[in-house]
Unconditional design. Structure first.
Length: 294
């Protein structure tokens, strides 16, 4: 009979043979944290209702949360991003617009936090589009900042990434005052909820501000020209950023239509490689560097 030491040795050898390290597994295994310990305010009685998940989507989110993806410590830059997947506010494209971009950001040394926000357009939803997704986004940003030391991140280099309807959600916090409530009973709600930067991929129109405020976060925008609705959003947002003299970079690819996710399933080279444009922008704008080195 094999003893415990022998079994562990064989397990380590097997993992190493397949290109893993024990330390790497411990550092990168994702885990989920509810935004509120007792459930979302006013909806605490729904927090134990199970989510629905199938194939690429997640629905019926009543206990909003972040799923944490941390890069290996030796690769971590201290930068972090809250990711808002799309799905038309009816579902979340969690795998292709949540987990996959999180893993890509981890490869750059960026900590990633995938937000499961409440879905106002899901059938029989009790949630308001004007209130609850933004409430979840603010809470996610503040929750991550409250755990900056635990996650090994710089709270001043916490940004957001939104796809499609997730871009709506990012816009709900990017252009509004982010300061927390000084007298809030929960200390997390006293923290700043505004992102230091934002990245919007074929964003929806609901987060488009009439004007971009001077304190708006620097923006990276990317869309396909034949995505007629969302390309118009990007053009308008670019114009408003330029009018406000806030740093912005925009990429309008000639083809690709909507919902190309991280680009790996497309036959178009420009779509295949679009995440590199985002990585270049993060590098060029020094978000991957400690603040003290700027």
């Amino acid at each position: 009979m094999l003893n415990i030491t022998s079994l562990l040795f064989r397990l380590v050898v097997l993992l190493l043979f397949n290109g893993f390290t024990v330390v790497g597994i411990a550092q990168t295994a994702p885990f989920e944290i509810p935004l509120w310990p007792k459930g979302a305010p006013g909806f605490e009685n729904r927090r134990n209702e199970p989510e629905q998940a199938k194939d690429y989507w997640v629905r019926h989110i009543n206990n909003p949360s972040i799923t944490v993806y941390l890069p290996p410590k030796e690769k971590a830059t201290g930068a972090a991003v809250v990711i808002c997947p799309g799905g038309g506010h009816r579902e979340l494209v969690f795998n292709a617009e949540g987990r996959q971009p999180a893993q890509y950001l981890n490869s750059l040394g960026v900590a990633a936090f995938v937000l499961k926000y409440r879905l106002a357009r899901e059938e029989n939803s009790p949630y308001s589009l004007e209130k609850h997704p933004g409430e979840d986004a603010y809470r996610a940003m503040r929750l991550v900042r409250s755990k900056a030391n635990e996650f090994g991140i710089d709270p001043n280099r916490l940004g957001m990434l939104g796809f499609s309807a997730g871009g709506d959600v990012v816009g709900m916090v990017a252009y509004a005052p982010g300061k927390g409530l000084i007298d809030a009973p929960d200390p997390i709600d006293r923290l700043d909820g505004k992102p230091a930067f934002q990245m919007l991929i074929y964003p929806g129109p609901l987060g488009l501000p009439k004007t971009v405020p001077a304190d708006a976060p620097p923006a990276f925008l990317l869309v396909a020209n034949d995505d007629l609705w969302c390309s118009e959003v990007v053009v308008l947002l670019l114009q408003r950023y330029r009018a406000a003299k806030v740093p912005v970079e925009a990429h309008i690819l000639s083809q690709g239509k909507h919902a190309f996710n991280m680009g790996d399933r497309s036959d178009l080279k420009s779509i295949n490689t679009w995440p590199q444009r985002m990585a270049d922008w993060l590098t060029d704008n020094h978000f991957l560097e400690p603040s003290t080195s700027r």
